[in-house]
Each structure stands twice: as C-alpha cells, then as structure tokens.
Design a protein around this ligand. Sequence first.
Ligand SMILES: Cc1ncc(COP(=O)(O)O)c(C=O)c1O
Length: 356
Amino acid sequence: MSDSRPNVRLGRPDLGERELAEVAEVLESGMLTMGPKVDEFERLIAGICEVEHALAVTSGTAALHLAVLACRLEPGDEVVVPAYTFPATANVVALSGLKPVLVDVDAETMNIDPAKIEVGPRTRLILGVHLFGRPLRLHELPDGVPLLEDAAGALGARYRGRACGGLGIAGCLSFHPRKIVTTGEGGAVTTNDDAFADLVRQLRNHGWRSLVPPDMPIPALNYRLSDILCAVGIPQARRLDELHARFSALAAGYGERLAHLPVLLPRADDGDVHGWQAYVIQLDDRDRILQELRTRGIEAQIGTYALPLLGAYRDQGEFPGARRVFERALALPFHARLTEGELDRVSETLEAVLHP
Ligand SMILES: Cc1ncc(COP(=O)(O)O)c(C=O)c1O
C-alpha cells in the first residue's frame, strides 16, 4: 500500500545561509586547509566536550584510528569493544595490530554490558561506545583499564553532569551527515592530555613534528579536515544547544505517541542526557515492519551491526544481546526539520503495521 505523499526522510542535515556564508569566507580567503576555520571549529568542539584539545580529522573512523594509535599499545594487546556497534569501532583496533575482544551488549541499553567484561593480562583499553548518543554506564566499568570513548554519536550527551567526549583518555567524534553537527564527512579527537593531543596532531599530518627543520619521528597519515568542511560545522556547533533541544523535543514527541505500543523506547539513565544521534526503538518482527514502513514512504533503517555476524569478527563465542538487538532495533526518521505532522504520520503508520 504505497503513499502518494513525499517520503518521511530518515535523516536530513539542517544547513542553510549560515553555513554558506562561512564556506564563502574560506573560498574568498584562498586558505582551504590548515587555516583559521579549523582552529575555530576545534575550539568550539573542545568547549562542547569540556576538554583542552579537539583535533579535527577526516571522519569518525579516522578519529578512532588515530586515537587508538596514540595509545601506543603493543602488537597483540587486547582492546575491549562492544559486540553491537558500527564496525569502525573494531576495525581500527584490528588494523592497528591489536586484538578487538568483543563483549556482549545489554539488550535494553544497547551499550556494552559492563558485567560481561573480563579483564585479562593483555587487556589494555576499553573502547566504550555511547551508542546512538546514550551515555554508557561508566561507573560499572572495571577499574584500572583506561577508557577511550567512541562518542561518534554523542556530541552534546552528558554522563552524570559531565560531557561525553571528555570522560576517558580521549573521545572520538563523527560529523557524518546523520550526526547532530555535520561537516559532510569529518571527525575529531578530544582530550585533556597535552602529549596525547600532540601525538594525534602529528599522526594526522604525516608524522610531522616540525616542517622547518623537517622532523618526522614516526611515519603517519594525512587525516586533516579542510577549512571548507570545518566552516560547514561552525554554525551548527555554535547552536548545538538549540539543535539538541530540538532533538530532545522530537524524542519526547515520539515517546508520547508510541508509549502505548509494544515497542522498547530509547532513553538515557536518570541523571544523564541523551545525545539523540538517532531514535532507535526495539520491537519484534523488525524486518517485516521495516519493509512495510518503507513501502508506505517512511524511511526507517536498522540500528547498527552485530559484529559477530560479520565475516571479520566471527568465531568469538555467543553474543545473545548483540544478536537480539541487531534483530529488533529500528531507527525511525529523526532530523531537525521533521514536522509534528511527520511525527504523527510515522507513529500512526507504525501502529497500523504493528497491528495489520
Ligand atoms: C559508533 C560509531 N563509531 C564510529 C563511526 C564512524 O564514523 P564515520 O562514519 O564518521 O567514519 C560511526 C558512524 O556512524 C558510529 O556510529
């Protein structure tokens, strides 16, 4: 049963005149990379995450890659990674010559289940994800193992009053178009540690410590983010509070409309603030519902991936939480321009397809 109305979009960045004006300034200046917009964007992001340093890079994956490299672990060292996450979280660990040790997630929070983390002699790091913007339960993590935050979707989220991205040795952000602040593609590493920040700065720029005289103590990569893209992010970072309030209102709007349905609604723990990167519910019969929503013009999507179901991460044991969430998670349309009418339409359509 198709719908003649335009589709309800899953995501749509809220960009306009302000972003155009910032980009125009860059083009007119002729300084397209390593210029003042990078510094300005980094200062804004550091302020939001309440840390000393933010280093802009080309993607959230690049941020994770550099942050893992900057931890300077030994080949074969083990890094704890949740079994349900975007694969980049584990991929950067494996590509850095380390061992991603998958740990199951809590089927309700969708975040890593701290009770399932086993600290062994080679466990060096927990790569904790605030999935879809929900802060993970830091207080339940084992003592003595440093935390690196995959805060790809958690800009603006807060754990017990503290900004996500500033909770561990470093945080990794993404500015992909489905994130609250987007640069098209982009990311950042956030940290309070001066030496860590210096190393990431070096690693994102080929390994240069200085150009004059040339000093390259380590081989590295080019993961620099251009001034053009930083310019796109600046106006959004400036109005993050406004964007976050909008997403919180949309989440509350879905919450009211869906409360009577047999679905698990997303939320943060009491005292925490959800970042609302996505609005991901859980329900039975997800594949059928997803298909039926799409047929009716609702651009829903699965949540993210169960790594043990992917070829790269098979044979690490049983992960019932990750499997259950992978089969049940459903991302509903969620972006700043979503209207009340569209919230109604998504919710009514969901109810209709739940009870055919
Ligand atoms: C949890 C998580 N980590 C890492 C990434 C990778 O970010 P990017 O797409 O900017 O490389 C994503 C992207 O969606 C993500 O959701």
